[in-house]
Design a protein around this ligand. Sequence first.
Ligand code: OAD
Length: 231
Amino acid sequence: MAKVVILTGAGISAESGIRTFRASDGLWEEHRIMDVATPEGFARDPALVHRFYNARRAAARAAQPNPAHVALAELEADPGHEVLVVTQNVDDLHERAGSQNVIHMHGSLFGALCHACDHRWPAPEAMQPQDTCPGCGRKATRPDIVWFNEMPYQMDRIIRELEAADLFVSIGTSGNVYPAAGFVQDAAMCGVETLELNLDPSAGSTMFDTSRQGPASVLVPQWVRERLGSR
Ligand code: OAD
């Protein structure tokens, strides 16, 4: 049984029509990342931030998984592989492709969080500042998304799984945002083999044992076919 930990980023969903973050000038869908992806930005203008994530949620709902998501689900279904997908993405395309073992380290568009009492519940289609928390009744709701300066989810488990893996694969991520960008070093230090599949060489490309460049919808199914053929 090969234990594989797979980190995914915005690049795996690009061919499903969901735009990546750093495609142009540090803007994310025409907004400065610091305005829409920090607790300070939310405190300044919660209505804007809710509108922004409401639009991202609608776009994610309208998108479909692409062959890269599907291939990872096929690998997980194979009895010779134990697969964990750690995604930085807040869409649900991995789950809709059939992956079951998924950690959303940066949260999810489909979750709501109360910043007063930490209660969590499924996000409605559209969130707004006047919504009340079903737990404590306060107007303190926010998308359950990990913003800059906040701690990603399930880090202890991710590091444990990474250290025990046979192979670490990074797909469609620019390697700019820590701690995810440091996973390749954590893995390498434990003797775990590392592979990158990305459109361009990422910031940390040279740290991987192997780095392949191309679109995820081609590279990922190709790599999965190699794995499944190699048993
Ligand atoms: P980025 O937008 O920084 O990087 C996307 C990467 O995907 C780039 O290296 C592209 O070359 C690559 N790419 C684009 N299209 C691709 C394709 N079709 N196939 C394969 N690769 C492709 O996105 P992330 O690295 O995911 O955090 O960004 C990390 C975090 O920064 C996000 O989770 C988000 C963001 O701010 C938070 O919101 C906290």
